[in-house]
Design a protein around this ligand. Structure first.
Ligand SMILES: C[S@@+](CC[C@H](N)C(=O)[O-])C[C@H]1O[C@@H](n2cnc3c(N)ncnc32)[C@H](O)[C@@H]1O
Length: 342
């Protein structure tokens, strides 16, 4: 009996073999600083202490040490996905590798799954989701900002060495786009990374298959609380679960083996819930909420002073850093995406 060889998964050939022109290479200097270069025949990597010819790397293996014109040594490796997302051009803040790992596992993203993601931002999470669904799955990513979508497309195509067969990118608001691209009950998993995910609960519930997973990533406790309450109110979802993850690196040197002094203290919270079958009521919670968990005061709870949602849930109010137009233009140019037509 002969077995047909499966086709090589998209992106795999770019990740192995000798260095080729167009490869992104991470150079680590003697101080541990990272420099990322894209190899070009005849290209040079310059610092204030000499330069290195790309041609010395092209055609050779990964994991080599090369010297620049001043004798400084650089270790040359292809960046891993976790390295790549932290060094790639970005518009919006990216999902960190530690959270992307949690999202793929706890969101149960599997090869062949039909997944919807919004927003796309710089496309960092998109890379992990595409890897997880594989060439035979589908990932439909929805982003409302054209400039972010262009950066994400450049990052995805740059990482996989061209378009990914499982990926579609749509421009617009999730609630408007999702009903036009997915039949009701046809989506296995939805991943939301956006300011106000609760605004999309109805559209997501319509699209998700019974048992499907909604996973949301939010940056603040106020968003987390609003999302959990609105999920309960919707009634088509199971009781939400939320958590955060903290990763502490370790210093490894002789007998000095201890946690590193610095760590990333906070990225975001993750919440999951699952779609109930139509007509099923969520089981009653056995435990009553603690007294005071749902405060009602004369003035209203914080942030309920009559402000509209648009006034209340702004990127500034959530502490998000605004990105200048100049930085966005540069990121677009770096990923080789053309300027928008005006
Ligand atoms: C923090 S970024 C996403 C980062 C992305 N997950 C990554 O890893 O690179 C949030 C994005 O959601 C987009 N967004 C917010 N609300 C949206 C909505 N209702 N529909 C589509 N996109 C939305 C924003 O424009 C922004 O690009």
């Amino acid at each position: 009996m002969t077995h047909e060889q499966p086709p090589t998964p998209t992106g795999a050939p770019q990740r192995r073999g000798p260095f080729r022109e167009g490869d992104r290479v991470q150079l680590t200097d003697p101080r541990g600083r990272l420099h990322t270069v894209t190899l070009q025949v005849g290209g040079e990597f310059h610092t204030h202490r000499g330069f290195l010819r790309h041609d010395e790397l092209i055609g050779g293996p990964e994991g080599v040490v090369v010297r620049n014109t001043s004798g400084i040594e650089y270790l040359a490796l292809r960046p891993l996905l976790a390295d790549h997302v932290l060094s790639m051009p970005r518009g919006a803040a990216v999902v960190y590798p530690k959270d992307a790992g949690q999202i793929v596992t706890m969101g149960d993203i599997y090869p062949g799954a039909r997944v919807v993601e919004a927003g796309v931002g710089s496309g960092a999470l998109t890379l992990s989701l595409l890897r997880a669904v594989g060439d035979n799955g589908s990932l439909h990513s929805i982003e409302r900002r054209e400039d972010f979508a262009a950066i994400a497309r450049g990052n995805v195509e740059g990482f996989f060495g061209g378009p990914h067969p499982a990926w579609e990118l749509s421009l617009g608001d999730l609630s408007d786009v999702l009903p036009t691209v997915a039949e009701p009950g046809s989506v296995d998993r939805v991943v939301l990374d956006m300011l106000a995910p609760w605004e999309n609960l109805a559209a997501v519930a319509d699209a998700l298959a019974p048992g499907g997973v909604l996973l949301a990533y939010v940056a603040t406790t106020t968003q987390l609380s609003r999302l959990a309450e609105d999920i309960r109110t919707d009634g088509r979802y199971t009781e939400p679960e939320a958590w955060e993850s903290m990763v502490r690196g370790w210093h490894l040197e002789g007998l000095a083996v201890r946690p590193q002094h610095r760590m990333i203290g906070h990225t975001g919270f993750l919440l999951t819930t699952r779609r109930l079958a139509d007509g099923v009521e969520a089981p009653q919670r056995r435990r009553r909420p603690a007294k005071g968990a749902y405060p009602v005061t004369e003035e209203g709870a914080p942030g309920t002073g009559g402000e509209s949602d648009a006034e209340l849930w702004t990127p500034e109010a959530m502490g998000e850093r605004l990105v200048s137009d100049k930085k966005l233009r540069r990121a677009r140019r770096d990923v080789g995406q053309p300027r928008p037509q005006v």
